[in-house]
Design a binder for this molecule. Structure first.
Ligand code: CDP
Length: 218
């Protein structure tokens, strides 16, 4: 089968990318991390010293940058920015850039183009509602903010980055609020999405559950 789309949406740190990678590997699907694409545009904005509030300049900049994605590596032009896009500066500015209509239109166009003719699992905020409203399977992953902050702190620690739990929690709450209340494609559970609360589930439990959901349809 081709063009089988799995849409994984949910708030920051709900485990979307970890789970999507596992499910993609198990099922032989392509994985597309759409958050990384918004992060790349944000990094380009910072690198070019464009103010993240300056919509016109960001839209202009978008025409002059090339996002190259190769498996789990992300390149701005030829530069590998896979690590840099996860940094604190990008993270604290990305929701502003992601709220710009023209940025979303261009990235959604790219997401559809990349997915064409393949079986794909995409994670993000608007996959089931906007990018692929006809996706065969939609999952909305949630977890308590406290649990999500704990996971993020661990992730940072594993990379040798020290960051306080409170700082991470505050950032997650702030970003969720911006993502959920913006006008353009806000973070929203699609009506036909399966809600999975991962607060007290292990990575294996969540990925097995989603593989099972895929297997029932694929
Ligand atoms: O991994 P984490 O949940 O921290 O974030 P991400 O998935 O990398 O997404 C970073 C940011 O990009 C989000 O906070 C949203 O502002 C934006 N985003 C979006 O607007 N739409 C998407 N489909 C994916 C991400």
């Amino acid at each position: 089968m081709k063009d089988f789309i799995v849409a994984i949406d949910g708030p920051a740190g709900s485990g979307k990318s970890t789970i999507s990678k596992i499910v993609a590997k198990k099922k032989g699907f392509t994985y597309l991390d759409t958050g990384a694409m918004y992060r790349m545009v944000t990094l380009a904005t910072i690198k070019k010293n464009v103010n993240v509030e300056n919509k016109e300049e960001i839209v202009d900049l978008l025409k002059n940058i090339k996002l190259n994605i190769e498996k789990d590596k992300f390149y701005l032009g030829n530069e590998d920015v896979s690590e840099e896009i996860r940094g604190v500066e990008v993270t604290s500015n990305v929701s502003k850039v992601a709220a710009i209509k023209e940025v979303r239109e261009e990235l959604v166009r790219l997401q559809r183009e990349i997915s064409q003719g393949k079986n794909v699992i995409l994670d993000g905020r608007d996959i089931g509602t906007v990018v692929f409203p006809n996706a065969q399977l939609k999952v909305f992953l949630v977890a308590s903010s406290e649990e999500r902050a704990k996971r993020r702190v661990k992730e940072f620690e594993s990379k040798g980055i020290n960051i306080s739990y409170q700082e991470v929690l505050d950032e997650i709450i702030k970003r969720d609020k911006m993502d959920s209340t913006r006008e353009e494609s806000p973070l929203l559970q699609a009506e036909d999405a399966v809600l999975v609360d991962t607060s007290s589930m292990s990575i294996d439990e969540v990925s097995n559950k989603i593989v099972e959901l895929v297997d029932n349809l694929f």
